[in-house]
Design a protein. Structure first.
Length: 349
């Protein structure tokens, strides 16, 4: 069986290249073609022999994504992609426009197991994990598609692992993706420009802390007491708030990186003054940032958008918490996680 070459680390590629009888230094050339020049076929490599290109073709395969659907927001130029994978499954990727640089939100799984009430990612269940190659290709294909678009630019400046799926539930592939992304012989992207969002798999947060990768950790908190959080986030039954906060403290101590908490305000669920008081008490010792999110899940009667988001922010700010309201991007193109994929599955595109 051919190996997925885009999922190989630089060290693994060196070993594979030596195994097929080529000089070890060729791995550096090939890695550059894969992750900097972003080739789509081995025939595009011009500084190796035809014989070696043939060996690459016989030994490896180049994974690829195809654009199944592309939506462009009329209000803010946010671009949402529905990418089709090689097995026919699909994932979402969102390119967001900011003054300083473009940011890309990528998926890490097809579907999700976590079943959070405010997220559409797992509405139709979990299918499988994405490979490192499939995560990388969301960046590469988006950059290729925007290469000649002056308004969009061609290079992603920052990355958010906050699309479909739970990154830490796909821990090994996610870590390997980050290592390939930051490899000095390849793209060499600083992981300080990467934010990883997790629903709170505390044991995996502890493992991530030991790696000291330098990325920003964003915790999907959404409630400051166990009763409320368990109702909207089943993961809280496995790792309650006390356990989660302990892991957050450990992550900060081990990495020096400030934690960011995500808090989607849901009407009459977690948006009261009392909820704000609980949140302040819980996270103030961490000197963390809070990102308040306008709730925008698809059709649901049970959970509705809160009207108290500004008041909630003011309360947190007065209490000494750095709190911002997330800019709503792509609202006219269903840019929230999972919405486009569900529409595709339900033949509503």
């Amino acid at each position: 069986m051919k190996k997925d070459i885009l999922s190989l680390s630089f060290e693994e590629l060196q070993g594979e290249i030596s195994a097929i009888g080529a000089e070890k230094f060729r791995a550096g050339q090939i890695f550059d073609w894969l992750h900097v020049k972003k080739i789509t076929a081995f025939s595009e490599i011009t500084n190796i022999s035809a014989q070696l290109r043939q060996k690459l073709t016989e030994t490896f395969w180049l994974n690829a994504l195809t654009i199944q659907k592309k939506l462009i927001s009329k209000s803010d130029n946010t671009i949402k992609y529905l990418y089709k994978l090689h097995d026919g499954e699909s994932v979402e990727t969102v390119l967001m426009k900011y003054h300083h640089a473009d940011s890309l939100c990528i998926s890490t799984q097809v579907g999700c197991k976590m079943n959070c009430a405010f997220c559409a990612s797992g509405a139709n269940g979990f299918i499988r994990n994405l490979t490192p190659a499939e995560m990388l290709l969301q960046i590469y294909e988006t950059e290729r598609d925007n290469k000649n678009n002056a308004s969009a630019g061609s290079t992603v400046g920052s990355l958010v692992l906050m699309g479909i799926g739970e990154p830490l539930d796909n821990f090994d592939n996610t870590v390997k993706f980050l290592q390939i992304l930051s490899e000095k012989n390849g793209r060499n992207m600083s992981l300080r420009h990467v934010s990883l969002s997790t629903c709170g798999l505390a044991d995996r947060i502890d493992e991530l802390a030991e790696l000291k990768l330098g990325l920003t950790l964003s915790i999907s908190l959404h409630a400051a007491d166990d009763e409320t959080r368990s109702k909207i986030m089943p993961v809280n039954n496995a790792f309650n708030i006390e356990r989660l906060i302990d892991s957050c403290k450990n992550y900060f101590e081990k990495t020096g990186r400030r934690i960011s908490f995500e808090y989607a305000l849901i009407k009459n669920v977690n948006d009261s003054v009392k909820d704000a008081e609980k949140l302040v008490k819980l996270i103030k010792p961490l000197h963390a940032h809070v990102n308040l999110i306008p709730f925008n899940y698809i059709n649901t009667e049970k959970n509705k958008k809160s009207e108290n988001i500004k008041e909630f922010q003011v309360y947190l700010t007065k209490a000494g918490i750095n709190a911002t309201i997330r800019r709503t991007l792509g609202s006219d193109i269903n840019a929230a996680c999972g919405q486009l994929r569900i529409a595709s599955q339900n033949n509503n595109l």
